[in-house]
Design a protein around this ligand. Structure first.
Ligand code: SF4
Length: 331
């Protein structure tokens, strides 16, 4: 039965809810290998060049109250995170993006905490686009006005990210008590209606069901400008209310990546190195991902703590993994 579903997905026929659920419920290793092989083939038939994305964290001073229960990024949330408050100056942003450009990484993500109505994102876009030829994603969640989006468009921002994390309403409210799911959905709609490429992803392992993941992936299909889906596995950050919640297994992450690839053959699927773990990047690529994020060059000028976990992927190591798999790097 699993084989028939995978065969159907490979011909780019839309799978129904039940078929998608069956894929999430895969139990046997041979079925999982077949799923990953199918996703790998689908990715390669459309694009066998892997994109790398570096990062600049703009500020960790977040006005969301109470803080998201898993957050180790905002100031004073985790001793393993940044902990001390910062707001990067223009010169620091410029030095970081110049370093990224020099390293050969083609794309940068500028992300930051909430409470600035998108000003932090617009300022970063201006610096990146006026001083480098980098492709740019900005991510300040739902902290975006239409005015800010128009400014981002004006600066040729390539992609704006607003992760829904989960579409399970009660789980969202439980783990993100300071935010509303509907605000994030409205932000995704606003990004799409401005004609800017939308990135919107899943944070998995929070306690959602397989049905929640299926509902979430199907929900994303309604955004016409959807161009990217980050798949992020939960990792507990020390000192946070979720520090004892189990981490999302590698198996769940690769399965979700592979199913997402079969559902969205043409969409960029992003795996941040902190959430999958730098040593596991190769499995995400085998499962059909085509963008590795939070890739940091050796001479990066500031300290980086990954969003989702304090670790991150070093450029040399990630390039080594891509080459080992015989895949091409997007230049
Ligand atoms: S996850 Fe983002 S929105 Fe939530 S508290 Fe942390 S920085 Fe703020």
């Amino acid at each position: 039965m699993i084989r028939n579903i995978i065969k159907k997905a490979k011909t780019e026929d839309n799978l129904d809810k039940n078929e998608l659920l069956q894929l999430f419920k895969i139990e046997y290793a041979e079925d999982l290998i077949e799923l990953m092989q199918a996703a790998y083939d689908v990715r390669n038939s459309h694009n066998n060049a892997i994109k790398l994305t570096s990062t600049v964290h703009l500020t960790n001073i977040c006005q969301v109250t109470p803080k998201c229960k898993y957050c180790g990024f905002a100031a004073r949330t985790s001793l393993d995170g940044y902990y001390h408050p910062f707001f990067k100056e223009d010169r620091e942003i410029l030095d970081a993006v110049k370093c990224v450009e020099k390293s050969g990484i083609p794309r940068v993500s500028c992300s930051g905490a909430h409470g600035y109505f998108g000003f932090q994102a617009v300022n970063a876009a201006k610096i990146v686009k006026e001083n480098t030829s980098l492709e740019l994603l900005v991510n300040v969640g739902a902290d975006l006005t239409v005015k800010a989006l128009k400014e981002l468009y004006k600066y040729d921002t390539d992609t704006v990210c607003c992760n829904l994390e989960t579409v399970n309403q009660s789980l969202f409210s439980e783990v993100k008590p300071g935010e509303k799911l509907e605000d994030r959905i409205k932000t995704c709609e606003k990004i799409s209606s401005q004609g800017i490429e939308l990135s919107s992803g899943l944070l998995i392992g929070l306690g959602e069901s397989y049905q929640d993941r299926v509902n979430h992936l199907l929900f994303l299909k309604k955004f016409p400008c959807l161009g990217e889906i980050p798949i992020m596995g939960f990792n507990p950050y020390k000192n946070t209310p979720m520090e004892n919640h189990p981490p999302c297994s590698l198996l769940e992450q690769v399965k979700t990546i592979a199913i997402t690839r079969l559902m969205f053959p043409h969409v960029r699927i992003t795996v941040p190195t902190p959430t999958i773990g730098p040593k596991n990047v190769k499995y995400s690529l085998i499962a059909g991902a085509d963008n590795v994020a939070t890739v940091i060059p050796e001479d990066y000028p500031s300290v980086v703590k990954g969003v989702g976990s304090p670790t991150y992927g070093n450029l040399k190591d990630v390039v080594g993994v891509v080459q080992e798999l015989g895949l091409n790097l997007e230049s």
